[in-house]
Design a protein around this ligand. Structure first.
Ligand code: BGC
Length: 484
């Protein structure tokens, strides 16, 4: 079926040529370098103070808290060594009132949830010491230590007052202390860092941990020396084995904010509308094209435009279609995975609330096309982010005389998990960017529950540092990732 001519006016914003993708990668690498060199950049390149990746032998039981995805999760993680772990977890809903209210109320709620977890589920951690908790806090935080960092900005629909600029660990610890809950927040970790650690714990050393979920972001291992903004004395201290020991450090890129300056991303009228109506206009430009919170909303904007032009559903809309964030990325995944047009029609009726009699064959084609172009663009852009990190670290080439071990990437998040053929589509993008062979070297694997396991592993590292054990006794092994 030929598309209505109106579609061809905006389709080019979604069909990205190889040239365009390469241009995006070039900008990406520039912004990464900018963030490593100076504080206050959009792509913040946050040093995590995690100085290596685990090797799978780590043991211990820790609490983990995960804020930043769809739900708040409290977990107890038991690391058995031998790459194995077990996790008890409980999810708690975070209402819009909590997301947009006073930060103190939000953190009190988090502390209460930990208390409820310990009471209801019980914990195997039993001694008189405070329990060590790793806090996966999946927002941009300028970290100054493994257990300290200020919130730079909220993302993903959170906007709680009096949090930005404050130390997130302190906000949480104060809430525990106010409520006399015997828990010590000993580490703060981004979900991408957690994913990188968790993937390394379970499947061997990895270079990148990436989230394609409600939001998107990536963490990777770099030479500490490359993080120029730390300053020469801190870098030297790190290299000499001081407080922040290590030649390598995990860097949380915060790539969701890539191209906030709008230099290269293909911004269509639908992206502009989404941005204008969001609670964080002109922020998270890349995230707004790639992640699960926005993929559905972009298609909704496209469909409304076509309804208003009377080329879709005979010009009739529905309550769901007329509602801001009326449906989410699961609709797009459903359409992409549908085996027949009949199934697509059923989804349009059940999830978009469009009346059956309004849905013609052409409408089905347009809905499939809309979901396809939006999700294809998301996958190609995801490939750009990964390719940029691989090139930045020099891992696009095999070091001379060394065995080619490839590059391991741990991914997590609802888009990675549920968008049909996500990893194949990203791999295709990687092949366009790095060549067929280059693309094949990059192995992506789902690192489910990275947030929980990663938080536990970081809490372990922090506890070891606290116990004043020397770094050499730690089983964290820096630099085993093919980094040169
Ligand atoms: C946040 C990141 C986070 C990502 C994935 C983004 O909105 O800024 O810190 O890693 O979402 O959860």
């Amino acid at each position: 079926m030929p598309l209505p001519p109106i579609c061809t006016t905006f389709e080019p914003y979604f069909l990205l040529s190889d040239e365009k993708l390469k241009d995006i990668v070039t900008h990406f690498k520039d912004e990464m370098l900018g963030g490593l060199g100076e504080y206050g950049k959009d792509v913040a390149m946050v040093p995590s103070f995690v100085t290596g990746v685990p090797d799978g032998t780590e043991e211990g039981t820790f609490l983990a808290l995960d804020l930043g995805g769809t739900n708040l999760r409290v977990c107890e993680v038991r690391l058995f060594g031998h790459n194995k772990f077990e996790m008890k977890q409980q999810k708690y809903k975070v209402s819009d009132e909590l997301k947009e209210g006073e930060a103190r109320v939000l953190f009190d709620y988090i502390a209460d949830s930990v208390d409820a977890f310990l009471t209801e589920i019980g914990s195997d951690i039993s001694n008189n010491e405070p329990m060590h908790l790793g806090f996966t806090f999946s927002f941009p935080v300028e970290q100054t230590a493994i257990d300290a960092g200020k919130l730079l900005t909220w993302t993903k629909g959170f906007n709680a007052r009096n949090a930005v600029g404050n130390d997130v660990v302190k906000l949480l610890q104060d809430a525990f202390d106010r409520k006399h809950i015997h828990v010590r927040c000993s580490a703060i970790v981004n979900d991408t860092v957690g994913t990188l650690l968790s993937r390394s714990y379970q499947s061997g050393p990895s270079l990148i941990g990436a989230i394609f979920g409600t939001g998107t972001n990536g963490a990777y291992i770099d030479k500490t020396r490359t993080i120029k903004k730390l300053g020469e004395s801190k870098i030297k201290e790190a290299e000499a084995g001081g407080e922040h020991a290590g030649e390598f450090m995990v860097v949380n890129t915060e790539w969701g904010a890539f191209d906030n300056g709008r230099h290269c991303l293909p911004i269509s009228i639908f992206d502009n509308k989404l941005d204008r109506e969001s609670i964080n206009p002109r922020k998270q430009a890349f995230e707004k094209m790639v992640s699960g919170m926005y993929i559905g909303e972009i298609t909704r904007n496209i469909f409304l435009h076509l309804i208003d032009a009377s080329v879709l559903f005979d010009g009739y809309s529905s309550k769901v279609l007329n509602t801001h964030y009326g449906y989410d990325a699961s609709f797009v995944s459903g359409i992409e995975g549908a085996k027949s047009d009949e199934e697509v029609k059923k989804l349009i009726i059940s999830q978009l609330g469009v009346e059956s009699k309004l849905i013609e064959e052409d409408d089905i084609e347009i809905v499939k096309w809309g979901c396809r172009i939006v999700s294809d663009r998301a996958c190609k852009l995801a490939a750009c982010a990964i390719a940029a990190v691989v090139q930045h670290t020099g891992n696009d080439k095999v070091p001379e005389g060394e065995e080619d071990k490839g590059v391991e990437v741990g991914v997590d998040g609802s888009v990675a998990e549920f968008l049909p053929n996500f990893s194949e589509r990203v791999s295709e993008g990687l092949a366009s960017l790095l060549g067929k062979e280059g693309g094949k070297r990059i192995r992506m694997g789902l690192a489910k529950d990275g947030s929980g396991v990663g938080a536990a592993l970081t809490a372990l590292q922090a506890k070891k540092a606290m116990d004043r054990r020397s770094e050499t006794n730690s089983s964290f092994v820096p630099g085993k990732t093919g980094l040169k």
